[in-house]
Design a protein around this ligand. Sequence first.
Ligand code: AMP
Ligand code: TRP
Length: 331
Amino acid sequence: MTRVFSGVKPTGHLTLGNYLGALRRWAEVDQHQADALFCVVDLHALTVDHDPARVRRLSRQAATLLLASGLDPKRRTVFVQSHVDEHARLSYLLECVATDGEMRRMIQYKEKAAREQGRGGSVRLSLLTYPALMAADILAYDTDEVPVGEDQTQHVELARDLAVRFNHRYGHTFVVPRATAPKVAARVMNLQDPMSKMGKSDDSGPGIVYLLDEPEVVRKKVMRAVTDSGQGVVYDREERPGVANLLEILAACEGGDPEALSGAYASYGALKKDTAEAVVEVLRPVQERHRELCADPGYVDGVLRAGAEKAREMARPTVDAAYRAIGLLPA
Ligand code: AMP
Ligand code: TRP
């Protein structure tokens, strides 16, 4: 059985990028083919400036959206990272295997640290060590596959390196994981700035479609998407990033190939209109189910409690084995 693990950070409202790049796949493919765990990684949300009440709210919302996207908690484990101590326990060991240099090479760290420093702010130490915690999330569960969007592949590569290094130094302990990315929409771009990822922690609302946006809001955002100056609908990510992004979103929503779809459109207007409707239709069932789940918050809390219990049982033997292998005296 292939073990699958993935996670989402409660740092903002979930976006269409999260859904097409990760959540939808978790629900559609991964939960049927594999023994899967899906986690709201709340400890990761503390690596940047945060408001405690907001993180709490967003964590419950993210968990509710995982279930609304179709993850079946009877078959799969859905839980919150901070409810399972093994993540933090293992993270420390992996900090003792990783080097300062490899952490500093992470693109996401470099970008976020530069942004913070540009604003005159400081960078939390946990932002630098974050990939060790992410590696712990993955390695604690003997994970084979990590379904993520393109922005996370470097972090999963690092988790791989750490697993290999640990096994080599201290004896075979961890399964070596690999990242899997979706065929289309592995990197959904901001509609107002198609050179940047559609990220949930960004401030520019008009370029980001949130999973819980009303249909009218979705339509407005897609219709106002920035397109390119060239003529005709052509799929070219380098030269025509705005149009390519719309074609990818449409292809991901309807099932299809962005290049093939480009031939069906003579104008940007028609492409935007169809893309907007396709997004509205993809989000509709998720929003309906989310509404139903919100009416029963006790249900979501129960799922998370049971999920944490199961996750704890799964992670403990591997993390205990790592403690012994690295030279710590058994308690
Ligand atoms: P995050 O929002 O950083 O917690 O990401 C949760 C999951 O969504 C990860 O697997 C990301 O790779 C994926 N993801 C986030 N933003 C995008 C995007 N714009 N396009 C595709 N996948 C994304
Ligand atoms: N770092 C990931 C992100 O920002 C979230 C994450 C944390 C994750 N731990 C993980 C994803 C483990 C996959 C597996 O999107």
